[in-house]
Design a protein around this ligand. Sequence first.
Ligand code: NAD
Ligand code: IPM
Ligand code: MN
Length: 346
Amino acid sequence: SRNIRLAVIPGDGIGTEVVAEGLKVLEAVGTKIEPTHYDLGAARYHRTGETLPDSVLQELRGYDAILLGAVGDPSVPPGILERDLLLRLRFEFDHYVNLRPVKLFPGVRTPLADTPPENIDMIVVREGTEGLYAGTGGAMRRGTPHEIATQESLNTAYGVERVVRYAFDKAQSRPRKKLTLVHKTNVLTYAGDLWQRTVNRVAAEYPEVSVDYSHIDAASMFFVTQPERFDVVVTDNLFGDIITDLGAAIAGGIGLAASGNINPTGAAPSMFEPVHGSAPDIAGQGKADPTATILSVAMLLDHLGLSAEAAKVEQAVAADIAARAEGAAPRSTQQIGDDITARVAG
Ligand code: NAD
Ligand code: IPM
Ligand code: MN
């Protein structure tokens, strides 16, 4: 089979550390892959003032997939790298599905007492191109006591419908066939109404899928008290961002949470990355858990149709996690990567 052309954006902080381990695993899986590294992030920004040059954006379009570590650094004002690099990639490549599984692996310690692994097994379908991330906003009288800041949420019928349809397809393919819309229809009456009507309309085409609704505040509570309520969750960009960090916490920690920014049409490459950020508090110390990135590599393989290879990576991670539960000593980023690589290779 032909080589996978992979663009790699390690980014900032622990991004570079975890991506190195993800690539090791990818190389061990026995698929021909050609990685090309792109130096984007804080260092490039300080050196040249560039976040994502148009020429690089065009080049990235030509890859089969993108693997990203994390972006963001305390030396750069918040929003510059996040918006002009990461969010720009999601918007330009129309990653309208941000797929974030929340799955408790056997042996992982969850902060939820007495919760068996089968009770935490959901997938959050987070909208990736609209909402508060894409809306207009502005500040008036900035810096004065009378400052006014606005930030609007953009929700289009087209954008909501396509992600809702994806979520229904996903629910249809899973054993429980349940879809929960998470929003705040009691307050966000315009956007919430559009989301709810869209779900109701599309639901008619999926008679086997049972449909549920939770306000975001209640959903946050249920994630902790009754995670078994959820199978497929569909939600907007910001609610999805927040609830997937909570999802990561209940499923054993942010170091395990994987994601894919998917363009289901294939018109542009999809991009895989851990849910976590650049973790400046532990960067450069070999303390970051690369598992989230390695599981993101499994999602990448699956997306490219290499489901056997994806399963191999997931099984290696599951075995590594089980070994941790049996009291394996704490390991460095590199050691965890080496151990999982050895399981994949062996
Ligand atoms: P963060 O996810 O980087 O860190 C939150 C906490 O989780 C920290 O204590 C960190 O040490 C810990 N943590 C994160 N990943 C870990 C891992 N793999 N192993 C062990 N511990 C881990 O979130 P933050 O501190 O809010 O943000 C830091 C920077 O990252 C900011 O600039 C932010 O904008 C950026 N960010 C980027 C992304 C991304 O690139 N997708 C995601 C989130 C945050
Ligand atoms: C994430 C991050 C990003 C988001 C930031 C860094 C723009 O928190 O990938 O979850 O809000 O989507
Ligand atoms: Mn986030």
